[in-house]
Design a protein around this ligand. Sequence first.
Ligand code: GLN
Length: 552
Amino acid sequence: MTKYIFLTGGVVSSVGKGVTAAAIGRLLKERGFSVAVQKLDPYINVDPGTMSPYQHGEVFVLDDGAETDLDLGHYERFIDISLNQVCNVTTGQVYAEVISKERRGDYLGGTIQVIPHITNEIKRRIGLVPKTTGAEIVLVEIGGTVGDIESLPFLEALRQMRTDLGRENSLYVHVTWLPYIGATGELKTKPTQHSVRELRSIGISPDVIIARSDHPVTHDLIEKIALFGDVEERAVVPLITALNLYEVPLVLDRLGLGEFLLERLGEKPRRKPDWDEWENFVTKAKHILPEVKIALVGKYVELHDAYFSVREALEHAGLALGVDVKINWVHSSDLEKDKNWEYVKQADGVLVPGGFGSRGTEGKIRAIRYAREEKVPYLGLCLGLQLLVVEFVRHILNTDEPNSTEFDRGTTYPVIDLMPDQRDIADMGGTMRLGLYPCELQPGTIASAAYDQALVNERHRHRFEVNNAYRSLLNQGGMVFSGISPDGRLVEIVEIKNHPFMVATQFHPEFLSRPNRPHPLFLAYIEAVAKRAGVIDTQHPINLESIESRKS
Ligand code: GLN
């Protein structure tokens, strides 16, 4: 029978419940269990695909094209698994399903209510996770914090599941926050006590309390939480903010959480965890390494979460090469006002990530022109490819008229245009070209050398594409199409000749990067960046023993 671990949050949000869930998943995988994770989001949008990154952070895209919460990125990266669309459920999806069944007459005249109709639909969707992934242990994380009106139906469904599944097959983990009172210099457990009480009033008693904190948690606090939370001391896990996210599984492992969870689920570890690779990665992350700077030129740069996977992919590649990637966050609109160019000019590489809408696109184009002319390594992701193509045609034709029809519908040179199958689409939600599609690499290019493969599958999220009518002009000008869809219709990767590294992709390679398996294109990019910065010697990899350890 499938075992379930349900994670709820208490006190405040943004304390790293997603990372905690991901880390727990890793603890179980390391002990020989197959794991999947599902996120239940209490908002009414059907998915985050139509939400502003300012509201929601990055939209993480799965193999099957589902547009999901960025926590799914944590799950995939930490556990090294590929999830599917059933792994992110929203209130919007649940209600849409129930209402469409009602319209079809499936309820035979019954009155449709939150309990049991909505809760049954939630439980059905939870049950789809083991069915579609084959996972033995399913982790279910509920967004928000206990006490939110929106999350009540989800919590009620979880409460019912304990009876449906039996005690030995289900566990409740409550993640809370211990605030620090500066005046007295102490951590407070009262909000945790209250949130456990709130959870109990809904009928859920936590089996484990993970107490997040920015400060060391003394034993008397653990005793107090155990007493008021009615759990044994072993079940109170203090989790102090880590210097690096990837340290969290190691910390939880040292605190014995892996064994404890399995014991409570009536299981025994099937193998001894092997943390060598992780330890290695985290050790590098905590050392002072030679620094390289990337100017990330985007539209939502105030909110770093909007580019979460890009940031992670840069870190994975950097650490693999023994360099510390620092990001200069540059607002593209500032560049249009001739502001903040020093952040671009100080950097050893320029990166333009994905994006939508016209605001700031001219600033991005100017940053791309700078990278091309000054031979600064450039990586473009999705919109970053489209704007590179726009910039290049502008350069060839010596006019600023060429554009994407996303930003200028009437341009005389529509070098980036809607894909033909996108023209008649009226609905905005879930209708882009989404998910995994193949890309054939052209031999002799930077991209094919980086991948060392002939065919790759990458995750997409776009509506516009390179207008094929401009291919020969671009080619003659010195642009190479290093990745093309197997049917030859879509440009997937472009690069510029006679430039150390100017590569851009129509897809999002950042979604497939893993801490222990950096993405080949990010690796090749950071290598070019580090060479320009003069900080790496690929012949003589970095020796950690000789480097000073960073203070925590
Ligand atoms: N706005 C562009 C498109 O829809 C690029 C999308 C993206 O960068 N993800 O094609």
